[in-house]
Design a protein around this ligand. Structure first.
Ligand code: PMP
Ligand code: GLU
Length: 388
């Protein structure tokens, strides 16, 4: 007898998380591993955020909260979305979830019926297709090209729509490519979504990790019609270095927001009460450290770009957002899994194989790691490339 349900057989564990724990295990065993694995800031959560959570604990904020989250936090997110993103969603339609990963899953669960198709531009963040499969819907991939900046055009989107299409998952700035969609590109995509009635899940978790004076644009800000179809998702993991806290949120049209709240009320109840007070401090507090953090990532990004460009038999394009490089390793000729395994076992460099993102001729480097590790790791990667 199968002990596990059929729908679980269709999905696999997260490769990004697997690589991270593999690398951590080797480091714990005393190995000198340079880890470019999971996209997890190497910086610690700012002190004032920790203090707010400690204070919440000490003042008895230890009970269940409303399932969608504490009202002051939802109101603060409403204000943030209005002022920074020009997205007007009332606090009553904002839900605080256990990380943006959980937000994405609940949004898909709230909207998709078994058999529906969900369009996902590839390369994509590893968890989207599995989340879609978990609810019985089907991912439909649109392959993007490096020469187009790894971005899906509105025409490609329109061509991929079928009678079963229910949702588009957009992720800008993008994990793993670093692509950032412009206002014009998003306007063209929004026009197609509205005319074809396709729901847009807009994952904006890297919105502030953006370089070269690029501006982040929220697709829900581009008019009432597209706002009525869009679920805007964001979180605290990347920007505030709060990955372990598990805090993300959805801002959605009323019917979808109500469905998300219902799901959450029966599954997690609410996000950890005192963590929500940490998030409140984060969003309300002095944001000046954000620019320092972006400057630090930008410095690492530029260093990596110049080093990677100098290495023969790989190809790389400049990422404009997030904290990843998707390095095209086609000339080396190995599958991404094989390549990443060799790099880790022989050269002690942890990367994520591109297969995790739907691109088997590449590996992903996260530069959310110190410059010292980056320098040493790239020396080793260069040696690897010379010998292949
Ligand atoms: N979306 C994207 C594109 C991501 O890379 C991640 C990775 N952390 C998430 C969502 C989820 O983040 P979290 O659950 O830590 O908020
Ligand atoms: N999103 C990060 C990554 O892509 C963290 C790991 C995960 O949540 O999958 O590496």
């Amino acid at each position: 007898m199968d002990l596990v349900a059929d729908h679980i057989a269709k999905i696999a564990p997260s490769i990004t998380l697997q690589i991270t724990s593999q690398a951590k295990k080797l480091i714990d065993q005393g190995e000198d591993v340079c880890s470019f694995g999971a996209g997890e800031p190497d910086l610690d959560t700012p002190e004032f955020i920790k203090e707010a959570a400690i204070q919440a604990l000490q003042t008895g904020k230890t009970k269940y909260t409303a399932s969608a989250g504490i009202l002051p936090l939802r109101e603060a997110i409403h204000e943030k979305l209005l002022l920074e993103n020009n997205v007007d969603v009332p606090a009553s339609q904002i839900s605080i979830n256990c990380g943006a990963k959980h937000s994405c899953y609940q949004a898909i669960l709230a909207c998709c019926n078994p058999g529906d198709e969900v369009i996902i531009p590839a390369p994509y963040w590893t968890s989207y297709p599995d989340m879609v499969k978990l609810v019985g819907a089907e991912p439909y991939f649109v392959e993007t090209k490096a020469e187009n900046g790894w971005k899906m055009t509105a025409d490609e989107f329109a061509d991929s729509i079928s009678g079963r299409t229910r949702m588009l998952i957009l992720n800008s700035p993008n994990n793993p490519t670093g692509a950032v969609y412009t206002r014009e590109e998003l306007e063209a995509i929004a026009e197609v979504a509205v005319s074809e009635d396709v729901i847009v899940l807009s994952d904006e978790i890297y919105e502030k990790l953006i370089y070269n004076d690029r501006k982040h644009v929220s697709i829900a800000s581009l008019g009432k019609d597209i706002a009525n179809l869009t679920i805007t998702i964001n979180g605290f993991s990347k920007l505030y270095a709060m990955t372990g806290w598990r805090l993300g949120y959805t801002a959605a049209p009323k019917a979808i927001a109500d469905a998300i709240d219902t799901i959450q009320s029966h599954t997690t109840s609410n996000v950890t009460s005192f963590a929500q007070y940490g998030a409140l401090a984060a969003i309300k507090g002095d944001q000046s450290f954000v620019q320092d953090m972006v400057d630090e990532y930008d410095m690492r990004r530029q260093y990596m770009l110049s080093r990677l460009k100098a290495i023969k038999n790989i190809r790389v394009i400049e990422p404009e957002g997030a904290f990843y490089f998707l390095v095209d390793t086609t000339p080396i000729g190995l599958s991404s899994t094989n390549l990443a395994e060799k790099l880790l076992s022989r050269y002690k460099v942890a990367t994520v194989p591109g297969i995790a993102f739907g691109h088997d001729k590449s590996i992903r480097f996260s530069y959310a790691t110190s410059l010292d590790v980056i320098k040493k790791g790239l020396d080793r990667f260069e040696d690897f490339c010379k010998s292949h």
